[in-house]
Design a protein around this ligand. Structure first.
Ligand SMILES: O=P(O)(O)OC[C@H]1O[C@H](OP(=O)(O)O)[C@H](O)[C@@H]1O
Length: 327
């Protein structure tokens, strides 16, 4: 067992992810990769087995910060699994280099994937379209920005996204980027404004093998409302948000956050019989999703398993599950 402590910077990143100072499924994935790079750089010993054990502990620590977005374990696994499986690595220096390079590769891939999705997604938007989005997705904002950059006039309706108001981040990002036709609405107003909407585009935290989309709570209600009106409902997401674990029946854990995000602490304290349920995400079934916009193209949700097989291969998906179970 390694005696090496988890570096302070890694502890800080993990705490920022937990407290949502770093948030958004893509950003937390990149932060996870960065944490591993820092951990590798900070390691001072010379024993390879000890280094592997230390990296395994850091990986586990980072993954445990938030349970729902699979982008985080996928990023961590991308960075550490090749080292944990390799038997050709000779020393700590080589192992460190491997972790650092994999972390860099992941962060680079992630940035490029967002750009590629913006390019593909922007083609779906027509001049004059009104897009409704929920929560704050860096990918969705990039799609809208790319369409506007192409000279298309796009109006955006953004939901507040209670209880943490990530919609405020979305409108700021859009306004800062010069997208000026932006309307903020309470979440409960979606059915009132849907008649003005041409397309709904949301991000994702996890896409399951059967094409269900796990995203900010309230997403599935919006999908139902869009379906009622016959409006296209798109999900914009990088492929590392597809969950290999769901292939073998593992369920996605829906994060439940503190009641104090919904009600002040003193009100909760004064009412011991009052219950507050604060799930952070919900599940939109594949039949409500028109298409998933990814960096490898537009995917019908029903083809999610094929995407996972393409990415990991059947055998590799099985290995991933085993690695996680062993940990
Ligand atoms: O990766 P990008 O597209 O930025 O975000 C994807 C999703 O991550 C967010 O989760 P949270 O706010 O961290 O709970 C939202 O649910 C958003 O749709």
């Amino acid at each position: 067992m390694t005696g090496k402590p988890i570096p302070e910077e890694v502890v800080q990143i993990a705490s920022d992810i937990k407290n949502m100072r770093i948030r958004g499924a893509g950003r937390i994935a990149r932060a996870g990769a960065l944490a591993l790079r820092i951990a590798a750089e900070k390691y001072t010993g010379q024993n390879l087995d000890d280094f592997k054990e230390y990296i395994r502990i850091v990986a586990d620590y980072v993954v445990k910060t938030r349970p729902t977005a699979v982008s985080l374990p996928n990023a961590v696994s991308y960075v550490v699994s090749p080292l944990l499986r390799a038997d050709s690595i000779r020393d700590v220096e080589e192992a460190k280099r491997m972790i650092i390079e994999n972390a860099e590769k992941f962060m680079d891939y992630s940035e490029r994937a967002v750009e590629r999705i913006a390019e593909i997604g922007s083609r779906l938007l027509r001049d004059g379209d009104t897009v409704l989005t929920h929560c704050n997705s860096q990918v969705v904002v990039s799609v809208i920005k790319a369409a506007v950059k192409q000279g298309k006039s796009v109006e955006v309706i953004a939901t507040e996204t209670r209880p943490l108001f990530q919609g405020h981040i979305t409108i700021k990002m859009l306004l800062d980027a010069g997208v000026d036709a932006v309307t903020l609405v309470p979440d409960s107003a979606v059915r009132s404004v849907i008649k003005d909407v041409d397309k709904v585009i949301v991000g994702a935290d996890t896409v399951t093998a059967n094409g269900a989309v796990v995203n900010k709570v309230g997403t599935s209600l919006i999908a139902l409302i869009a379906r009622e009106r016959g409006i296209d409902f798109y999900v914009a997401t990088e492929t590392y948000k597809f969950s290999p674990y769901t292939v073998w029946g593992e369920l996605v854990v829906i994060e439940e956050r503190t009641p104090t995000e919904v009600l002040p602490e003193d009100v909760i304290a004064k009412n011991p019989y009052l219950k507050v349920f604060n799930p952070s995400f919900d599940v939109t079934p594949p039949y409500l999703v028109t298409a998933i916009i990814t960096e490898i193209g537009l995917i019908p949700p029903q083809a999610s398993l094929l995407v996972l097989e393409e990415l990991y291969g059947r055998g590799a998906i099985h290995d991933t599950i085993q690695t996680v179970e062993e940990e």
